[in-house]
Design a binder for this molecule. Structure first.
Ligand code: FES
Length: 124
């Protein structure tokens, strides 16, 4: 049984499960605070479920590669769409700041941060 590590939690799942589904069923989210309710629900079009993943996962789908090539993403291969990614073994997941989780040049979010605005800045 693969294990997904995210924000200090370890979640067991079945091989082949979609990463976004695994996280949401565990009460976690691959979305930033603002995008948690405003997203495409796993269709692969909004790009807000982008996360960094290390470990055994499926190859990017055509839909995923297309969405990650459109700004604010840059298609550099650093991020995956959790809704299009299937877990094939133990994985570690990180979410970066920004509405789309696109600020990979900043430290990943730990889950303890205050809510963020659309520009990724902390709200007062
Ligand atoms: S939920 Fe919209 S791209 Fe994954």
């Amino acid at each position: 049984m693969p294990t997904v590590s995210f924000r200090g939690r370890e979640i067991g799942c079945e091989r082949g499960d979609r990463l976004r589904t695994v996280l949401r069923e565990a009460g976690l989210s691959p979305h930033s605070d603002g995008a948690d309710r405003l997203n495409c629900r796993g269709f692969g079009s909004c790009g807000t479920c982008a996360v960094a993943v290390s470990g055994a996962v499926s190859e990017p789908t055509r839909r995923e590669r297309l969405r990650l090539s459109v700004p604010p993403h840059d298609g550099d291969g650093e991020l995956r769409l959790a809704c299009q990614t299937r877990v094939l073994g133990d994985v570690t997941v990180q979410k970066f700041p920004g509405f789309w989780g696109q600020h990979t040049d900043e430290p990943p979010l730990s889950g303890d941060e205050p809510p963020q605005g659309d520009d990724g800045a902390a709200e007062p």
